[in-house]
Design a protein around this ligand. Sequence first.
Ligand SMILES: O=C(O)c1ccccc1N[C@@H]1O[C@H](COP(=O)(O)O)[C@@H](O)[C@H]1O
Length: 526
Amino acid sequence: MSDAPKKQPTILETIYAQRAKDVEVAKSTAGTTPEDISALLAMHLAPPLIPLVDRLKRNPSSNTASPSPSLMAEIKRASPSKGPIAMTTNAAAQALTYALSGASVISVLTEPTWFKGSLLDMRLARQAIDALPDRPAILRKEFILDEYQIAEARLHGADTVLLIVAMLSPDRLQALYAYSLSLGMEPLVEVNNAREMNLALELGAKVIGVNNRNLHDFQVDMGTTSRLVEMVRERDVILCALSGISNPKDVQVYKEQGVRAVLVGEALMRAADTGAFIRDLLQWPEPEPERNEPTWVMVSGVKDAAEAESLAKAGADMIGFIFDDTSSRNTTPDAAAQIVDIIRASGLPASSAPTPAAAPVTPAPWFTTQRRNLQSTAVRSLAVGTFRNSTLSDILRIVAAAKLDLVQVDASVPAGWIKHIPVPVIRRFRIDDTADLARPGVHSFALVEHDTSEGDEKNFQKAATLVQAGEAGKWPTPIILSGGLTMKNVARAIQTVGPWAVEISLEADPPADNVREFMAAVKNTQ
Ligand SMILES: O=C(O)c1ccccc1N[C@@H]1O[C@H](COP(=O)(O)O)[C@@H](O)[C@H]1O
């Protein structure tokens, strides 16, 4: 027997050994066996993927003269080297903050013992950003040693996984890489030296991260990435720098060397103002101030071509047709289609409608983005079909026949229907029943109906509260205010509530001149 002192395992070896045990426990637990996970994947229960390589190529500076690297923003409560970092972090809120600050990837540590992460964190991070336009990719940041962890990652909403070359034999690395690709996920392959870089390149990895932190002794050497840059210079590889990045100088050096993305954990978790920190770190442009758009007017209940033409000329942004045979203002799809042709020719000429803002566009949450998109379309007046008590197939048929741009339905319409409607959907909420009003990803716009029996002031205050509740705590929730609005109270409504649009309905039979005066009152209240 040798008397030589037994070599202490490195932290990577210790974590590997623990994760190997954890995986065995999960695999032998009823409900999460490999067969269970495979069956769930075969049932297509994993949410849709986005491609990592494409998403890494886009960031808020991509269309500027001097694009900066993209950001892989990490959710990291604790680490073996630093202990607790930000233990009270809410993974969903942190993910949304990262996404709205321009991150291309959200890296979620799912290791529980040293990093205090979980698959639940990753799933919540994904859910929180799922409805955002151009959401970031979700990375399962883990010590992956078994196909099982990759299948789990996919099932719980990852778009990519980490493969650490230092931790795997070449055969295991190859098998895990191939398995990840078979599930549609291009992995992030992590290396720490030239030998590992060669292995990653032989693999054909398209996204390679150089870890500045040596995972055996925790030493951070920011030159590690710089020394390997030449090895990928002419290759179709996105090179990322991982670990230890905390100030704009670190990023500037990498940018000049051709590094395309940086992964940042601790510095972001400790930042007091995450958005400002990210902009400063990456030298990204300041967010454009929200344009103060004029309040839009929707005139509903139109059924006559001359009436529609005159409203379009007077500047109605949306013209609403009612498809409800109990309404005195009910119309037919054919009549609506003819009117749509006329208003297309009579509304604002495309050249005077606002042009879509040139990229970069500050990322914004769901409803704000829907509003921006609509307000930047060069078509006026937009045709809205208002449906009451219709079936989904009626709605789909009439959208096509009447050439509608938007659909308005009652809040009680099943959310599942809305996904099938091929144009943006306005959901109509009564002011005292707005439970799902701000749920992103289903309807594009929320219309809030006044309770006319309650008096204006009370209604306006309630509606103002909904607007001020805000999206992601920062953007006022865009609502369409409706019901009981007249040329006399609309200015006060706009000032108190701040809706992005107001609706006046011809069902209430206001004379045409009053509608024009209503529109003038709105336009004068900006
Ligand atoms: O941070 C650690 O102690 C650590 C230990 C073992 C494996 C990975 C570790 N951290 C990794 O660090 C980066 C993020 O770095 P930073 O927080 O920006 O400095 C990331 O790759 C983590 O997984």
